[in-house]
Design a protein around this ligand. Structure first.
Ligand code: GDP
Ligand code: IMO
Ligand code: MG
Length: 432
């Protein structure tokens, strides 16, 4: 079983980076299949902390890393990360970037910001990294791709064509400053010189790795409820984090994916706007935020915090085909005597459902129906194995397993790499 997708089962920041880092140690290749520098993963290894936005999390343990065709690449951010890893003594020789991935251009960032400002109260709360406008241009067939950096003449020409249109939008629609062709062209030519060696046929590379029986991880960024098709539209990102897109986003056959590991927090967080049924009232919400250090890796924004929502999690199991779950940040719940878990939604007509509503207005109006589980109120620091967990903590995990019909194979008890419990060895989870 060499090909595994790691997918966020909530609204992002579930601790995917940490889980990928752990499993990557027993894997051969790690691939990102969608998203861009809107992602922010924090990985803690002893005294060292890594904050990654563009590179796959497998870079931390020195594995070959693929940025798939489904990703959008901000060259400045990516070069910053490559430089930083090199400064920290890493080789980046085995970073492979798909020529079909799209480049985030300065106008994408400008339009993302201008569009959010214009929406005012209706803003999505994006990370303002140009993600939506870049994917929009990809769909419009106006995008500039990574392979365009291979030829300076083509690169300049594409920038010229795109700018002719984008400057009109920027000036006339968004009433903001246009970009100067010469400035953008020379900036991107210098990025191109740094990035050219990394451009590769990543579909072929990953297909060959799979054919050789190598263990490949497909790392999702963002998460199920931020999925453009299956998330809480319009409060979503502009790509498809769901597991099936791992195949499209890297360029391998759908039948090459062997299994899907979902990652969920033991509670829920959400950054940005949009409905959130289990959002915790104050002052308890701030308590969870402080205990969990729930501030965005990319924007530093406060993450909104909610109790665990198994209605939404069951939906994530369904739309991704999750076959096992990593439940992170269980330690953060240690402070609470009682732990509400949302098991159903109450809809506007008073009926209750255990199924995630298919329509936006039902979801907006949904109220959580909680079952309250007892807390354990002791730290989990000393737990070295699943059987060390306090009874109430173990029952919390078992409750999730029963509610989802999915085994929890990893339990996070702290940010550090070592703070993970599993009924099996990590190697057995990574290479079943
Ligand atoms: P990602 O975007 O899904 O990779 O998640 P982020 O890295 O944005 O956010 C997760 C945060 O929780 C990071 O700061 C991690 O270091 C931290 N973290 C991960 N797992 C655990 C855990 O089990 N317990 C605690 N306390 N922190 C964790
Ligand atoms: P990781 O990979 C949490 C949210 C933004 C906003 C919406 C759209 O770290 O889990 P975008 O900039 O993508 O157009 O913003 O999606 N968002 C995330 N929230 N974690 C992320 O990534 C996110 N990436 C985007 O806050 O609500
Ligand atoms: Mg994150």
């Amino acid at each position: 079983m060499p090909a595994t997708v790691i997918v966020g089962a909530q609204w992002g920041d579930e601790g995917k980076g940490k889980i990928v880092d752990l499993l990557a140690q027993h894997s051969d290749v790690v691939c990102r299949y969608q998203g861009g520098p809107n992602a922010g993963h924090t990985i803690v290894v002893g005294e060292e902390t890594y904050k990654i936005r563009a590179l796959p999390s497998g870079i931390v343990c020195g594995k070959p890393c693929v940025i798939g065709n489904g990703c959008v690449v901000d060259p400045e951010v990516l070069i910053g990360e490559l430089d930083e890893f090199e400064r920290r003594g890493y080789s980046t020789a085995e970073v492979y970037i798909s020529g079909n991935a799209h480049l985030i251009m300065p106008w994408h960032v400008a339009i993302d910001g201008a569009s959010e400002r214009r929406l005012g109260k209706l803003a999505i709360g994006t990370t303002r990294r140009g993600i939506g406008p870049c994917y929009a241009d990809k769909a419009m067939r106006l995008g500039i791709r990574v392979q365009d950096i291979l030829d300076p003449k083509i690169l300049r020409q594409k920038i010229e064509v795109a700018l002719a249109e984008k400057n009109l939008w920027l000036e006339r629609v968004y009433e903001t400053e246009p970009f100067d062709l010469e400035t953008v062209a020379s900036q991107y030519e210098s990025y191109a010189q740094r990035l050219r060696p990394y451009v590769a046929d990543t579909s072929l590379y990953v297909d060959n790795a799979l054919a050789d029986g190598r263990v490949v991880l497909f790392e999702g960024a963002q998460a199920t409820l931020l999925d453009l098709d299956h998330g809480t539209y319009p409060f979503v990102t502009s790509s498809n984090p769901v597991a099936a897109n791992a195949a499209t986003g890297v360029g391998v056959g759908a039948n090459r994916i062997d299994r899907v590991i979902g990652v969920a927090k033991a509670y829920v967080t959400r950054v940005g706007e949009g409905p959130f049924p289990t959002e915790i009232p104050e002052p308890e919400q701030s308590m969870v935020r402080e205990l969990g250090h729930e501030y965005g890796t990319v924007t530093g924004r406060e993450r909104r915090c909610g109790w665990l929502d198994v209605v939404a999690l069951r939906y994530a199991v369904r739309v991704n085909g999750i076959d096992q779950l990593a439940l992170t940040k269980l330690d953060v719940l240690s402070a609470f005597a009682e732990l509400p878990v949302c098991v159903r939604y109450r809809l506007r007509d008073g009926s209750e459902t255990a199924d995630f509503p298919a329509h936006q207005s039902d979801f907006h109006a949904a109220r959580p129906v909680y079952e309250t589980l007892p807390g354990w109120q002791e730290p989990l620091d000393a737990c070295g194995a699943m059987h060390d967990l306090p009874d109430a903590a173990r029952r919390y995990v078992e409750f999730v397993e029963r509610a989802l019909g999915v085994e929890v194979t990893l339990v996070g008890t702290g940010a550090d790499r070592d703070r993970i419990l599993s009924p099996q060895s990590l190697e057995a989870v990574a290479r079943p």
